[in-house]
Design a protein around this ligand. Structure first.
Ligand code: PLP
Length: 463
């Protein structure tokens, strides 16, 4: 046999992949023939072919350039094709593409160190997963094993992922079709003044009543049966509802008083999105027992999620095996992307930049839009994490799409955005403004102006 270097010349660019990018119409046809898309009616789809992406922009196959106000699914926090992340992945691929979770890998060790450096309190150990849903499943498993109890409480207006247990704890309508009525998951009302379940009229009242409600749920479910309360520190796809001052402190206190663990789901709100490294830092001093993350941890360049674990929970598994794991836990390519992402965030002050984007541009800009557009019922958010709630009538607050559904009117507004070069993020009757944290001030203002024009053209409540 010939020595390897003689038998295998260095390969050139893979020809199939080169053709896939050169011929986007073929890519589209193959997609429609062979790719099964998530959360969709397959025959009704006409998905956009993304031929190229850079920074805050993506291009379609017709040559249109769109400003990405979605960060895809709220994960490209450092934008598309960030050179430092691309280079780290390339370097890691050349050095060592993969090694199983049981071995020590340098990229993984450094990624864990950097994550632990930024999580609040002593959440110093990291179990890596492939994404957010499995991170939440593992956090729940840990909480159950640590407490010896079974139930998990979570809010109705929440999304915790698409795998079975994660979808069971999810509260919002994405749960309905897959909910197997699993015992062990119980939902309660979180605070949301605009559509208060408690008939509250002030944030303070909403906070007090939401905590009283949760206290009753705990009492009636039985504290001795509840392992954990799982909360998005700021609920994301369910509506970007900032908890009122004192709420998370109150939940932490209820957990402590009842021997319940607090699991903070920071999959969407974490890693700078909310103008803090983690959204829970908006409630000073509140440290969860377990914190789950994904998305922004490496801008989603290679799939990765994880659970950051408190010292106390860690001790449960110090001398007793943790029964669980995933083949690709802490994949080296994903971990290399984590290292480059977090170092870039540190070097370039990305978290502070996200906070300033909220204070200087998105907050004032969206409130200004609401002054001019009757169809905006409420503006909520912080950092680069904003939602506008679209209504038929400000007085009645009737949503522009029924809960859990879209509507032709919402569709018309979204189409008007896309026609003008803006990729919008929508859920039911809301448009979320969730661009990369690296978006320039000019791009951010341009996106808001397009949103305003789209509302003028298509909002039934009038421009
Ligand atoms: N938790 C939250 C708050 C999320 O927003 C998401 C995804 O949007 C998930 C969990 C699920 O993450 P993944 O889709 O990576 O499994």
């Amino acid at each position: 046999a010939l020595p390897l270097e003689e038998s295998a010349p260095a390969p050139g660019r893979n020809e199939t992949l080169a053709r896939a990018y050169a011929d986007p119409d073929r890519a589209y046809e193959l997609d429609r023939r062979h790719v099964f898309h998530s959360w969709s009616a397959q025959a009704q789809l006409d998905p956009m072919v993304v031929t190229r992406a850079e920074g805050s922009h993506v291009w379609d196959r017709h040559g249109n350039k769109l400003l990405d106000f979605t960060s895809q699914l709220v994960f490209t926090n450092l934008g598309h094709q960030h050179p430092r992340i691309v280079e780290a992945i390339r370097q890691q691929a050349a050095d060592l593409c993969t090694v199983a979770p049981a071995y020590v890998n340098g990229a993984r060790s450094e990624a864990a160190r950097l994550i632990a450096k930024h999580t609040p309190g002593h959440l110093d150990r990291v179990l890596f997963t492939n994404g957010g849903a499995d991170a939440n499943e593992h956090a729940i498993r840990m909480a159950r094993l640590h407490t010896g109890k079974h139930k998990v409480l979570s809010t109705y207006r929440s999304y915790h992922g698409g795998t079975q247990l994660a979808v069971n704890v999810t509260g919002d309508p994405r749960r309905w079709a897959s909910d197997n009525g699993s015992t062990g998951t119980v939902h309660f009302f979180g605070p949301f003044l605009y559509r208060s379940a408690f008939h509250a009229t002030t944030e303070a009242e909403e906070c007090e009543r939401a905590l009283e409600h949760l206290e009753q749920v705990i009492a009636l479910e039985g504290a001795s049966t509840i392992a954990a309360i799982m909360l998005e520190s700021i609920p994301g796809t369910a509506g970007i509802m900032l908890p009122p001052a004192g709420y998370l402190e109150g939940v932490r206190e209820l957990c402590d008083r009842n021997g319940i663990l607090l699991i903070a789901d920071e999959v969407m709100a974490g890693f700078g999105r909310a103008g803090r490294w983690f959204a829970i830092e908006h409630a000073a001093g509140v440290v969860p027992d377990l914190l789950t993350f994904a998305k922004g941890v490496n801008s989603g360049y290679v799939p990765l999620g994880g659970v950051a674990i408190s010292d106390e929970v860690y001790r449960t598994f110090a001398d007793k095996a943790y029964p669980g794991g995933l083949t690709y836990s802490g994949h080296p390519l994903a971990c290399a992307a984590v290292v480059a992402t977090i170092e870039t965030m540190e070097d370039e002050g990305i978290v502070e930049r996200a906070a300033r984007l909220g204070e200087d541009i998105f907050g004032p800009g969206l409130r200004d839009l609401a002054q001019r557009h009757e169809g905006i019922g409420e503006v909520r958010g912080t950092g680069a994490f904003w939602a506008i709630e679209l209504v038929r009538d400000r007085a009645t607050r009737e949503p522009l799409a029924p809960y859990g559904q879209s509507s032709p009117e919402m569709g018309a507004i979204l189409a008007a955005c896309t026609r003008r070069g803006l990729l919008p993020f929508a859920n039911f009757n809301r448009i979320h403004v969730v661009p990369p944290l690296t978006i320039s001030d000019d791009e951010a203002r341009t996106g808001l102006a397009i949103l305003g024009d789209a509302l003028t053209e298509a909002s039934p409540a009038g421009g």
